[in-house]
Design a protein. Structure first.
Length: 275
């Protein structure tokens, strides 16, 4: 965990702390139920092991920086589980096209190829790879799969393409409301997807695992969420977690009492001057 941040691993769930401190205030089940994935979650009980991935995989390390970041994990099972290819000069569209063409010519359907980057933001290699519809993952996602002993194919092999930098939002289901700017909404959606979160367009009141992120109070989704005694969150929750995308130990933390002002939308959020 990055020193100096207010987002520290909790000692108790938000719901337990809140109940102890102030009694029967509204508690968001979708937040209080989030669990750390230092070990397999209940959703991952049947996931294949990292060291016994049923689908052979090739990790394309795009540049020496990625190789250096993963070097110490090579002897922890990375080299034994997957074929490693290092591309030191894959910084041009021509070079990337050559690599992908080579894969297409010699590839059997039994292998999955993962392109591993040190960063997505501002990285021209990411932009070029994204246009080619391949599996793009960040080095933190590789380390997190190794730490939790879950095969890469379990998280990334179900689709022909993906852009997942980290697993910070694995098992998180998000819905957005009251965002007027499509640009802002697309930016948030992209950050969530880069953290392996899932987004649904329609709010489902019967699903208590949904995390509602709101730009302001009001409207049907927001009012329904609050009527079910769940607390909508501000976009800052996503921003702060995304800022920790290089920290392989960061988690979608359970909200502590001191996090309330930072992340939970107050009753009249951004209405009539309220903030």
């Amino acid at each position: 965990m990055i020193a100096g941040t207010s987002l520290q691993p909790p000692q108790a769930s938000f719901s337990a702390r809140l109940e102890e401190s102030i009694g029967n205030s509204m508690v968001n089940d979708s937040i209080s139920n989030l669990t750390q994935y230092t070990s397999r979650s209940s959703n991952d009980e049947q996931a294949p092991s990292f060291k016994d991935d049923p689908v052979p995989g090739v990790l394309h390390l795009m540049g020496t920086r990625v190789h250096n970041l993963l070097q110490k994990y090579m002897k922890d099972g990375l080299e034994d589980s997957y074929t490693i290819r290092i591309h030191e000069t894959a910084s041009s569209d021509f070079a990337l096209t050559s690599i992908i063409d080579e894969i297409s010519v010699g590839n059997s359907c039994t292998e999955l190829h993962y392109f591993v980057l040190h960063e997505f933001e501002g990285n021209p290699v990411f932009k070029d790879l994204k246009s080619k519809s391949v599996r793009i993952i960040g080095y933190p996602a590789v380390i997190q799969c190794l730490q939790t002993d879950i095969a890469l194919s379990y998280h990334f092999g179900r689709k022909d393409s993906c852009q997942t930098f980290t697993l910070h939002m694995t098992n998180c289901l998000l819905c957005f409301t009251n965002f007027a700017s499509k640009t802002e909404l697309n930016e948030l959606r992209q950050m969530v997807r880069h953290m392996n979160g899932k987004i649904i367009p329609d709010y489902k009141p019967d699903d208590n695992n949904i995390i509602l992120v709101a730009a302001s109070a009001g409207r049907a989704k927001y009012e329904t969420h609050q009527s079910l005694e769940r607390q909508p969150l501000k976009r800052r929750w996503i921003d702060d977690l995304y800022a920790l995308r290089h920290d392989v130990n960061a988690r979608p933390r359970l909200l502590l009492l001191e996090d309330q002002d930072l992340y939970v939308c107050p009753l009249f959020y951004k209405i009539n001057g309220h903030t």
